[in-house]
Design a binder for this molecule. Structure first.
Ligand code: HGY
Ligand code: MN
Ligand code: MN
Length: 401
């Protein structure tokens, strides 16, 4: 099949126009925002233009179906609160281009998906978690964002697009192209990464409740200051995790909400996100124990009431060897001696889809190794190379039942 690089890049730039923001090629398109809904409506039309049958499930996962058995390709089109133009969008538009090129070549059949809330406004890869059966819709509906909005309420924004459940039985496998979002390929100068495994993740909210009070009159030794507790927790945690982690283990406090967040008030309450990732399930559990024990000790020391929110998590997964071999053969054709195999430190929808069918993933470099920022970008030649590898892989998998 022959992919059309101009058509692919034009669609990728048009998708960016929904929620375009910030410097460079930034995007603000969180799940269920006006920009996300408008992007999904535009994508649905592009899928129809490509001869695909559009279906949308209750979460807002958007499918363009080839009809009959097909291989599913795609990713997500929602963004982080401050995101780049390629995270997720690349995989969706690349899938659309491969579906069009395959149809023009008379096969094989390729369907396209844009999952909803991969970026975790409400959870961790929420849309594909529901489609893959990791979460029920009613469990997902009870999740809230940092502003306290429930998913059940937010998804009313896409209710008019919903057509019903989409069966996974029609798909023979799933392939997701994505930017690497890290420094490996950019540093080595290689053009393609074929993914071996995706790491596991744990994510929960932690709350310290102390005593809100006057910042001028309350002596330091009498304070029950929730910010001081968070600060002490972070310092202690970094020390204690050191003994059990590897250089690949990561942990992040990315969202902190202080109440009432005023200069002259000793903060009485802090709610923060605690997220950690590792390729080893046992290590994830040991990290959890250290996190819980440290929070408990700090709460005692600082006179805090401690509570933990629901812990969300996804297990590490290995890629399917047959799909991966097809991607490796494609990489060898498109970028001979200029590709590698590598693990993924970012989470992806492929993790959830692996519960339903064989999955595989492909990376292209991120300039400067940055993502989840407006500065995220990839050279156009690398973006096109990624799509060519998908097309090569599809040609090899063409006879797949
Ligand atoms: O955070 C992640 O790894 C994904 O981009 N949501
Ligand atoms: Mn992504
Ligand atoms: Mn992301």
């Amino acid at each position: 099949m022959q992919i059309n690089p101009e058509r692919f890049l034009a669609d990728l730039h048009t998708l960016r126009s929904f929620g375009a923001a910030g410097v460079g090629k930034g995007v603000v398109r969180p799940a269920y925002s006006d920009a996300d809904v408008a992007a999904r409506q535009w994508l649905a039309q592009r899928m129809r233009d490509a001869g695909l049958h559009v279906q949308v499930d209750a979460m807002g996962n958007l499918f363009g179906l080839a009809g009959g058995p097909s291989l599913l390709m795609g990713s997500h089109s929602d963004s982080q609160p401050e995101g780049g133009w390629l995270d997720g969008a690349l995989g969706v538009i690349a899938a659309l281009e491969v579906a069009r090129a395959a149809a023009e070549a008379g096969g094989p059949a390729v369907s396209v998906v844009s999952f909803q809330d991969e970026e975790g406004r409400f959870g961790v890869t929420t849309g594909s978690a529901v489609w893959g059966g990791h979460l029920t819709l009613s469990e997902a509906d009870r999740l809230t964002d940092h502003g306290g909005v429930a998913l059940s309420e937010a998804r009313q924004a896409i209710v008019e697009m919903v057509t019903g459940d989409v069966s996974a039985d029609q798909f023979t496998g799933f392939i997701e192209l994505h930017i690497e979002q890290g420094p490996t390929l950019d540093t080595s100068g290689e053009q393609i990464g074929v993914v071996t495994d995706i790491v596991g993740i744990r994510d929960m909210k932690v709350t310290f409740d102390g005593q809100q009070n006057h910042a001028g009159t309350t002596p330091m030794h009498l304070r029950r200051d929730a910010f001081q507790a968070v600060s002490a927790f972070n310092a202690a945690l970094n020390e204690r995790l050191r003994n059990i982690v590897t250089p690949q283990s990561v942990w992040t406090i990315g969202h902190v909400s202080l109440h009432p967040n005023a200069s002259s008030i000793v903060p009485g309450r802090a709610v923060f996100s605690m997220q950690w990732r590792d390729a080893d399930t046992d290590r994830l559990a040991r990290m959890e124990q250290v996190i819980r024990n440290t929070a408990s000790e700090i709460a005692d020391d600082h006179g805090m009431k401690l509570s933990f929110g629901t812990m969300l998590g996804l297990e590490p997964v290995a890629m399917d060897s047959r799909l991966r071999s097809a991607l490796e053969a494609g990489a060898d054709t498109v970028a001979p001696d200029n590709w590698r195999t590598m693990p993924s430190g970012a989470l992806h929808d492929a993790t959830n889809v692996s519960r339903l069918m064989p999955v595989a993933m492909l990376f292209v470099p991120s300039i400067g190794g940055v993502s989840h920022t407006f500065e995220e970008d990839t050279a156009e030649g690398d973006l096109v190379a990624g799509v060519r590898v998908l097309a090569e892989a599809m040609d090899r998998l063409g006879s797949m039942p």
